[in-house]
Design a protein around this ligand. Structure first.
Ligand SMILES: O=C(O)/C=C(\CC(=O)C(=O)O)C(=O)O
Length: 309
C-alpha cells in the first residue's frame, strides 16, 4: 500500500496496450514519457498539484519493448517538483537507452548540473501551465537557461496556446534549442487555419531553434472517439481532429519534430488511451517512411544522443 493517496478521479495507465499495427522504424525514440515514483521509494513533491498512481521505470521499459521503441526520453513530471531522483534513477538503470529532461531551481549548483548530465539529462523543462505549477519569475528561468546552455542542453516549454502571445518575448530570447510540448496545446476546435495556430507556426518558422513534439492527440482531441482500451483506432476516427495540426507541423518542419507516448498520461479526465493505438496514430501525421524516420529516429537522436551519430 502506497503512503500516497491518488488525486480523486485519477485514471491509472492502461495495463493491456495492444501491439501497434504500425511498425516503428529501427531505433525509434519515445521522446516524451514520465515515471511516477514509486511514491514509497521516490516521494512525490510537497508542492505538487496532483498525486498520481505509481508508474515505475520497469513498467516504462516494458512498455518501450512492447511497442517496439528502442529508447526513451523521460521528462520530469511536476508531481516530483525539482526532485529529479526518480527520473535520474530511471535513466541510470536504462543501460544508456534513456535520456532525461529535468526541472531545476535557481539554487542548483554546477556540481548538481554535472551529475544530472552524467546521468543522461540533456534539457530542463519550464512549465507555464497554471494548473500544474506555481509561477516562477522569468529572470530566474532565463538565468537557468543561460547556465544549461553551456552544457549543450535545451529548454522544453509547456504552455497553452492562449498564453503564447504573452510568453513570446521570453521564448524567443532563450539562448538554446527550445522544444515545445504538444504543439503548444492548440485548441483544435478553432481549426488548423486559426489565428492561434498560425501564431504557433510563425513561432517555429521565424525561429529555427524551436522544435515541437507532435504528441498527445488524446489530450488535444475534442471530438473523440477515443483510442480506448484497444477498442478503437484512428481508422474508426479516434482523435481525427488533431491529425491536421500534427501533420502540418511534421510536413513544414520535418527536421524539428519529436513524438512521444506521454505515458503514463497524467491528468486525463475522461479516458485512458491504449498506447498501441497511439503508435498507430503516427503514420497519419507522418505519412512517408522518410518523415517517420526523421520524427522517430533522426531528430531525437540528434538532440539526445548526438555523440552516436
Ligand atoms: O504529461 C504531460 O505532458 C502533461 C501533463 C502533466 C505534466 O506535464 C507534468 O505533470 O509535468 C498535463 O498536461 O497534465
Amino acid at each position: 500500500m502506497s503512503t500516497f493517496t491518488k488525486t480523486p478521479g485519477w485514471l491509472d495507465w492502461y495495463a493491456g496496450p495492444s501491439k501497434p499495427k504500425f511498425q516503428l522504424p529501427a531505433g525509434a525514440v519515445d521522446a516524451h514519457c514520465h515515471v511516477f515514483g514509486p511514491g514509497d521509494e521516490f516521494p512525490f513533491a510537497p508542492e505538487r498539484k496532483y498525486t498520481p498512481c505509481d508508474a515505475s521505470k520497469a513498467q516504462l521499459f516494458a512498455l518501450r519493448d512492447h511497442l517496439g521503441f528502442a529508447r526513451n526520453v523521460i521528462v520530469q513530471a511536476t508531481c516530483h517538483g525539482a526532485d529529479n531522483r526518480a527520473m535520474v534513477d530511471a535513466c541510470l538503470s536504462s543501460g544508456g537507452k534513456a535520456r532525461g529532461v529535468a526541472t531545476v531551481k535557481r539554487g542548483v549548483t554546477d556540481e548538481e548540473l554535472q551529475a544530472l548530465h552524467a546521468a543522461g539529462v540533456r534539457g530542463v523543462r519550464f512549465n507555464f501551465v497554471k494548473r500544474l505549477v506555481d509561477f516562477t519569475p522569468k529572470d530566474e528561468l532565463m538565468e537557468i537557461a543561460g547556465r544549461i546552455a553551456q552544457l549543450g542542453w535545451h529548454v522544453v516549454i509547456y504552455f497553452e496556446a492562449v498564453d503564447l502571445p504573452e510568453l513570446w518575448d521570453f521564448f524567443t530570447a532563450l539562448p538554446t534549442t527550445v522544444v515545445v510540448d504538444h504543439m503548444g496545446r492548440p485548441d483544435v476546435s478553432k481549426g488548423v487555419d486559426s489565428e492561434e495556430f498560425a501564431l504557433f507556426l510563425k513561432f517555429m518558422r521565424e525561429h529555427q531553434n524551436v522544435w515541437s513534439k507532435v504528441s498527445c492527440p488524446e489530450r488535444l482531441s475534442v471530438t473523440g472517439p477515443r483510442a480506448l482500451n484497444g477498442e478503437q483506432g484512428l481508422e474508426n476516427g479516434a482523435y481525427r481532429d488533431v491529425v491536421p495540426f500534427a501533420r502540418r507541423v511534421v510536413e513544414e518542419f520535418p527536421d524539428r519534430v519529436l513524438w512521444g507516448t506521454d505515458w503514463p498520461h497524467p491528468n486525463l479526465k475522461d479516458h485512458m488511451p491504449d498506447d498501441g493505438l497511439l503508435v498507430d496514430f503516427i503514420p497519419h501525421i507522418a505519412p512517408t517512411a522518410e518523415l517517420q524516420r526523421k520524427l522517430l529516429v533522426d531528430n531525437p537522436m540528434r538532440l539526445y544522443w548526438p555523440e552516436e551519430l
